[in-house]
Design a protein around this ligand. Structure first.
Ligand SMILES: Nc1ncnc2c1ncn2[C@@H]1O[C@H](COP(=O)(O)OP(=O)(O)O)[C@@H](O)[C@H]1O
Ligand SMILES: [Mg+2]
Length: 500
């Protein structure tokens, strides 16, 4: 329809610019949005510098990408410089024509972009919120007299590239008059969170020898959420879920299969439970880091302790942005309705496997081992609930039942214990500590372990008729004595037990 009656109603500069600040970026996501631009510009390096110095604090993000001409830069600084419906090249990590401006404004009141094409000269543009407030006009500055020393000269001396400078970083608390020591600590904590964010969100890029990001001169190492480098990680084959959508499930190794430093590394910054779920990549750049995406069977899945080892990668391309509801910050993505049930089914497989590895302390997976004998606890499903039972055929239980005059007393005691297993309390304790329960006998006196082992050995040899060698072989297959081959060997020093 063509309209003839209208009036111009452009947005008011001061209030619009202020509202844009509240899009809700964290520091990491804001820097990541600028790194996206650098990658889209074909750079091989992004160097980030942070300096905490009261009101003179700054952040500089510098790349060696193809740069912009003066008119391109002027266009790039406009809010909504590109139409989100425009077709983008498959390597372009942008979408709304907003990132450079909204990400920068979310972190600072003044940002300057300097850029240079190969063989060209340096162009400069600056948005200063204070100036826009005062003039209430969209006046993009062509000068920035108080830039940190050497920024302009540095770019002029290089062949090409782009530099973004954030000043007056009020959201980082950068102002005079505050306790400088406290401010610096908070400032560098934010730097640390940016460091972690970039190592995770760009881990596939950082894996390549052709791309690097540094922070204050230190090159960032990738943080691979799937521990692909570890031999005990198991992965399902890659599945094609849709035209441009691929899924792969990973079950990470159980704690028992990791060294202390591998375990700490795998838990990342937020811990094992928080890092479970889907990882959505758009053109290899992570958008969503660990979420069950509102999927579920009867009810939505939450991040439960028992699925802590399940992580699933999901790859989409930038041509499916609208379908996946990519937001301005590029930090949320929602699966389209038509894929939800397929994603749920595939994720269910990974979740089940992960739960098994978690519950069996790593016995699922490539390790082939004789199944363990005589677990003392068993569980079965009654209705919707698991119930826990002491195995009456465990050798120690059998021996005890046969050794006392009135076995019904012991039977009553066992039933009492079974009916009152403090499941809620155990569940809360484990969840609150964010830790796995200790190994059986982990904190016990070795003498005590030896005593229990001896009792079990006696019951095998004296009540069940096994030879000393057979008893030792069985003990090495009885949980948890497979972890104590040295103690088992002591029981029958002459024997050639297969665990020694
Ligand atoms: N570091 C950079 N190098 C070259 N061009 C850039 C850089 N940063 C931004 N641009 C240009 O500015 C435009 C606007 O960037 P931005 O506001 O982030 O929106 P989008 O990335 O969605 O296009 C980009 O499309 C690109 O053309
Ligand atoms: Mg962008």
């Amino acid at each position: 329809m063509t309209y003839l009656k209208y009036e111009e109603a452009p947005p008011l500069a001061a209030s619009t610019m202020n509202s844009l600040r509240g899009v809700g970026y964290g520091a990491g996501a804001a820097v990541a949005d600028l790194v996206d631009n650098s990658i889209a510009a074909g750079c091989s390096r992004v160097d980030i510098r942070f300096q905490a110095d009261g009101a003179r604090s700054f952040v500089i993000i510098e790349d060696d990408g193809r740069g912009m001409s003066d008119s391109e830069l002027s266009q790039a600084m406009r809010i909504g410089s590109k139409n989100p419906q425009e077709q983008r090249s498959s390597e372009d990590l942008g979408r709304f024509g907003m990132g450079l401006k909204t990400a920068s404004l979310s972190q600072c009141q003044k940002f300057t972009v300097l850029s240079k094409h190969a063989g060209g000269t340096v162009s400069l543009r600056c948005w200063d919120l204070e100036h826009v407030q005062r003039s209430n006009a969209w006046q993009l500055l062509c000068e920035a007299p108080d830039l940190p020393d050497g920024v302009e000269e540095g770019l002029a001396a290089r062949n090409r590239g782009t530099v973004v400078v954030w000043q007056n970083c009020d959201t980082w608390g950068a102002k005079d008059g505050v306790d400088q020591e406290r401010f610096k600590r908070a400032f560098y904590r934010t730097v640390e969170s940016v460091d972690h964010h970039l190592r995770l969100f760009f881990h596939r890029y950082l894996d390549s020898s052709k791309f690097a990001i540094s922070i204050n001169g230190n090159k960032l190492n990738p943080w691979d959420p799937f521990m692909n480098w570890h031999h005990a990680t198991t992965r399902s084959p890659k599945e094609r879920v849709g035209p441009d959508c691929f899924l792969q499930g990973f079950v990470l190794p159980h704690k028992d299969r990791l060294t202390a430093s591998e375990y700490a590394q795998g838990g990342g910054r937020d811990g094992w439970t928080a890092h479970q779920g889907f990882y959505i990549y758009r053109n290899d750049r992570l958008l969503v880091a660990g979420s069950w995406l509102g999927l579920g069977d009867d009810r939505r899945w939450t991040k439960d302790e028992s699925f802590r080892l399940a992580r699933i990668s999901l790859d989409i391309s930038n041509s499916s942005d609208a379908e996946w509801s990519i937001d301005i910050k590029k930090s949320t993505a929602r699966p389209p309705e038509r894929l939800r049930s397929k994603l749920t089914d595939l994720a269910q497989v990974t979740r089940k496997n992960a739960r098994r590895v978690f519950a069996h302390r790593g016995s699922y997976g490539p390790r082939t081992q004789t199944p363990l004998r005589s677990p003392i606890w068993g569980s079965t499903l009654r209705g919707d609930h698991h119930i826990y039972r002491v195995n009456r055929h465990h050798p120690l239980v059998e021996t005890a039942l046969s050794a006392i005059k009135d076995p019904s007393i012991l039977e009553s005691l066992l039933r009492m214990i079974e009916e009152t297993v403090p499941v809620q309390k155990i569940w809360l304790d484990v969840a609150e500590a964010g830790e796995l329960s200790p190994q059986p006998f982990q904190h016990a006196d070795p003498q005590e372990v030896q005593t229990i082992l001896q009792a079990l050995y006696d019951s095998y040899t004296q009540h069940q008729g096994y030879s000393p060698q057979e008893a030792c072989d069985r003990l090495l297959e009885t949980d948890p004595f497979q972890y104590y081959p040295e103690l088992v060997k002591k029981l029958n020093p002459g024997g050639n037990s297969n665990g020694s």
